[in-house]
Design a protein around this ligand. Structure first.
Ligand SMILES: [Zn+2]
Ligand SMILES: [Zn+2]
Length: 320
């Protein structure tokens, strides 16, 4: 009995010492809505940059990355109003392939063009493009792994220096198939391997009339600047959504807590997930909480509403 108590106390102290809490409830932080994957007539989109930007600005977004295929769309002449609570962040979809397998990565935050790097395997192609994006001063995001079933956790869990990938891109096989993993399964396999990657939801907008408002991220940052948004993304201080809104989200040494903005009559189920994709807890309330017991490797949460929309909240690792 004594030994058990001691063990509990020791693991609790251990948890406090090794867990970096995220103080997202702090008043200093605000939510900023953004889409990080957008095309214009500068590649295969159907609308001019100004028209695309106006749509996102007019629909409550705070930031947008225009990511044309192998082209950096100039933003400085479009983003002229400094006081409209909306910023453009430089972007490009570095559009590469290995044989017939598409390998697409977004590059954020630099106006420097990054050409597709090519490689002798899918893994090498991914890594060489990640390295080139970093070298150019950009932040990389791995796009639509399940599109054309291009690659999955086998390739992604050996990559270095990339924190962001698309958990949701409309029409890109989120649920997988019988013989191919869902994006959630891919994510848990990567996280279980000890590789920290955060899930993004995006529009991958090509047609303005039909492709907008399908997937987005809500970033918790102190201010609306390129640097603050990209830092928050790379630190996992955001959630991805295709319809569910989270009011607050906080991770302390004791618990992982969420407050869902519920719609009247809709129901919400939150799944807390750990190592190996194991279901740690299901919670049907609007204030789901998971209390750590010290044995978890990581904990993440997914909220699904009764109409099939999701919010994907980022994993937090408990170092042991
Ligand atoms: Zn693409
Ligand atoms: Zn695209």
């Amino acid at each position: 009995m004594k030994r058990k108590v001691l063990l509990i106390i020791t693991s609790f102290v251990f948890l406090i010492l090794t867990f970096a809490p995220i103080q997202l409830f702090s008043q200093e932080y605000k939510w900023f809505k953004g889409n990080t994957h957008t095309h214009t007539i500068n590649s295969d989109g159907d609308s001019p940059p100004r028209v695309v930007v106006r749509w996102y600005r007019d629909h409550g977004y705070n930031f947008l990355m225009i990511t044309d295929h192998n082209f950096v769309t100039e933003i400085k002449y479009i983003d002229t109003d400094k006081n409209d609570d909306f910023i453009l962040i430089y972007g490009e979809e570095v559009t590469d392939s290995y044989k017939k397998t598409p390998v697409h990565l977004n590059c954020f935050g630099t106006g420097v063009y990054v050409s597709p790097q090519k490689g002798n395997s899918v893994i090498e192609t991914l890594q060489r493009n990640i390295d080139a994006i970093r070298k150019a001063g950009g932040v990389p995001q791995i796009n639509h792994p399940n599109w054309h079933w291009a690659f999955n956790d086998n390739e992604m869990k050996v990559l270095k220096n990339c924190k962001l990938f698309e958990i949701f891109n409309p029409g890109c096989n989120y649920f997988g198939g019988l013989d191919t993993p869902s994006m959630e399964k891919v994510w848990d396999s990567i996280l279980t391997a000890g590789v920290v990657m955060y899930g993004m939801a995006v529009d991958d907008m090509h047609k303005l009339a039909t492709d907008t408002g399908k997937g987005w991220v809500m970033v918790k940052a102190k201010e609306l600047t390129t640097e603050a948004i990209l830092n928050a993304l790379e630190n996992g201080q955001f959630y991805a959504s295709n319809g569910v809104t989270i009011d607050e989200w906080n991770v302390t040494p004791e618990k992982y807590e969420i407050k869902i903005k519920g719609k009247s009559d809709w129901k919400y189920v939150t799944r807390f997930i750990g190592e190996g994709g194991k279901l740690l807890k299901k919670d049907g309330s609007l204030n789901p909480v998971y209390r750590f017991n010290g044995t978890e490797k990581y904990v993440r949460a997914v909220v699904m509403d009764s109409n099939g929309n999701f919010a994907w909240l980022q994993p937090y690792f408990i170092k042991k």
